[in-house]
Design a protein around this ligand. Structure first.
Ligand SMILES: Cc1cc2nc3c(=O)[nH]c(=O)nc-3n(C[C@H](O)[C@H](O)[C@H](O)COP(=O)(O)OP(=O)(O)OC[C@H]3O[C@@H](n4cnc5c(N)ncnc54)[C@H](O)[C@@H]3O)c2cc1C
Length: 573
């Protein structure tokens, strides 16, 4: 007999966005009960690994106007300006609230909150707690969430399906990874906060759990994924592992050099970063490094070519105080000591600008379904996110979606349980069928490798029409091959092979939307650099892209950008 659990609001994801939404929901109504479902223990969510900081206006020389303009320009004018306006205004109270809950922001000598420079921001507005910001933020949110016994946690439960009945979402089907049962967790509103999908690519800063699950869940229920072609490459990852060396290194004054010892962002104005140099936006700096390597100015290493990030002029004292984690990472994983040696770095897949199409409240076109954090596209980041905007985004829109989901849950009825129970029974049978499906002829790791390779060659830093088209074809084939993957583990307890198989299908769905959307955008904007169409083309492409799931293959559509305050102009720094 299928176990059915009932709450008012179900939140999928225990990272910054999910936890903030949960707290906002229970604070909005003392009677509300929230299920917080997460495939890992919440403190293991990817938020924990964020290093550099969270953006919000804090200084006298800053303003909402400046933060808003920087974000719109960073987005290459594809960010929705009403959403950005709300974001910049809510950012300072959200970060202050986090301090009241215990987040130890670093301070200036006079006791005010310390802020550091970040790429594409005109002044220092990135709040930090040394270079372990994600750890401190997530810890604060997690601890604070424990004050509310109405937030009921379901850890290590993998959501495999949204339960939809009569045109509205009614809950989720969740596989208990610890025991192998599939349960119904019902709620009158569901908030997806499942994070990004960097693992669709072979070389990424993202943890293994970032497989785009929430995006795929919404997509398969007919909700559009928006602006998926915009995949952010972070300029500074360690070769081999892809471990992130935070942008705070450049915020504190780090410089980039090629094999000839040339500070190429300074000597080559064609890279477009102007006087910002290393503090230019991520898309432009990643392209510059890529071009240096292509031009033969890279340094050859065991894991391919790279360039140097030099911090040696900053001195031991500053590095130990402000960037202790970077010292540890570089010493442990690159075998260099940044106090005296440059760090080898190369661009690496980092963040999805696109995600589940939502409005400013986080609401999707499916009644009762909300999305927040990296899995959502409220249209704040457009074609390129500015570093340190994303952690704040999780708080600002997590809180807003939490409150709105409560409003929706209070206004909706429970509906009948039987059809939902049947959906979960079918889901349980499907997953049971995967367990030990040894007769398949495909290997999971092989299909996964072919997917990540197709994404790198089709949807990398620079994209070409032919390689994008070939990626869409490969992905369509891989989706079919996925159905024939052999699975050997028959156990019910911690069957990680089944989880990996479910994640693979999710990644292929998400990857396909990236490739399809990229192929449609015949221009270059933000993170989407198309070799055949090197310029931005506002006349034809100043719109969001939408990809819908259809059994026969993805369907493409578009949506207007909310302009108003700032007119699109050439993006120069
Ligand atoms: C190394 C690194 C450093 C970064 N540094 C910064 C920074 O300094 N500043 C900044 O602004 N941004 C930074 N970012 C980006 C930022 O950290 C993320 O975008 C943000 O933390 C995402 O939070 P989230 O809550 O949306 O998702 P996550 O923190 O990724 O959490 C996702 C949650 O969803 C759950 N989940 C996923 N799928 C399922 C499923 N099927 N069933 C059940 N649960 C599921 C997971 O268990 C997890 O709890 C960084 C990112 C990385 C990778």
């Amino acid at each position: 007999m299928t176990e059915v659990l009932r709450h008012d609001v179900v939140i999928v994801g225990g990272g910054a966005a999910g936890l903030r939404a949960a707290i906002a929901a229970v604070e909005a109504d003392p009677g509300i009960s929230v299920a917080l479902v997460s495939k890992v223990y919440p403190m293991r969510s990817h938020t924990v690994s964020a290093e550099g900081g969270a953006a919000a206006v804090a200084r006298d020389d800053d303003s909402f106007e400046m933060h808003g303009y920087d974000t719109v320009k960073g987005s290459d004018f594809l960010g929705d300006q009403d959403v950005i306006q709300y974001f910049v205004e809510q950012a300072p109270p959200e970060l202050t609230r986090l301090e009241h809950w215990g987040c130890p922001w670093s301070r200036n000598a006079d006791g005010t909150v310390a802020t550091r420079a970040f790429g594409g921001m005109t002044t220092k507005r990135t709040w930090y707690a040394a270079d372990k910001v994600g750890f401190h933020m997530l810890h604060t949110l997690f601890q604070h969430s424990m004050r509310f016994d109405r937030i009921v946690r379901y850890d290590e439960q993998f959501v495999t399906k949204l339960l939809v009945e009569d045109g509205a979402v009614r809950g989720v089907a969740a596989l208990d990874i610890r025991q192998g049962e599939v349960r119904a967790i019902l709620g009158r509103a569901v908030i997806l906060a499942t994070g990004g999908a960097g693992k669709c690519f072979p070389f990424t800063t993202n943890g293994n759990i970032k497989t785009g699950d929430g995006m795929a869940l919404a997509y398969r229920e007919g909700v559009a994924l928006k602006d998926m072609e915009f995949v952010q490459y972070h300029p500074t990852g360690l070769p081999g592992t892809g471990i992130l060396i935070t942008e705070a290194t450049r915020g504190e004054g780090g410089r980039l050099f090629n094999a000839r010892g040339e500070r190429f962002l300074e000597t080559k104005p064609e890279y477009g970063v102007g006087s910002k140099l290393e503090l230019g936006p991520r898309d432009m700096i990643s392209r510059a490094i890529f071009q240096e390597i292509r031009a033969g100015n890279g340094i050859q290493g065991t894991f391919g070519e790279y360039v140097h990030l030099d911090l040696t002029h900053l001195g031991r004292e500053l590095l130990e105080k402000r960037l202790p984690f970077v010292l540890e990472l570089a010493r442990t994983y690159a075998g260099v000591d940044p106090v005296t040696q440059p760090i080898p770095i190369r661009p690496v897949v980092h963040y999805m600008m696109g995600g589940v199409d939502t409005d400013i409240d986080g609401a999707t076109e499916l009644a009762g379904l909300y999305a927040v954090g990296e899995c959502a596209a409220h249209s704040m980041n457009g074609a390129n996110r500015l570093g340190s905007n994303s952690l704040t985004e999780c708080l600002v829109f997590g809180a807003r979606a939490g409150r709105h989901a409560v409003g929706h849950a209070k206004d909706s009825g429970d509906g009948s349980e039987d059809p939902l129970r049947r959906q979960v029974e079918e889901e349980a049978a499907r997953i049971d069928g995967l367990r030990g499906r040894a007769k398949g002829s495909e290997k999971l790791t092989q299909v996964r490798d072919e997917m990540t390779q197709a994404m790198e060659s089709g949807c990398g830093v620079y994209r070409e029409q032919a390689s994008m088209r070939s990626a869409t074809e490969t992905l369509a084939q891989l989706r079919r091959r996925c159905a024939d993957v052999a699975l050997e583990d028959r156990s019910r307890v911690f069957n990680t092979e089944i989880v990996a198989a479910l994640e693979l299908v999710n990644m292929i769905d998400v990857a396909e939307t990236v490739a399809v959307a990229a192929l449609q955008r015949r221009e270059s904007r933000g993170a989407h650099a198309c070799s055949e169409f090197p310029g931005r083309n506002d006349r034809e492409f100043l719109h969001h892209s939408l990809v819908y799931y259809e059994p026969a293959g993805p369907r493409f559509d578009k949506k207007d950008v909310a302009l108003g305050r700032w007119e699109p102009e050439e993006r120069k720094y």
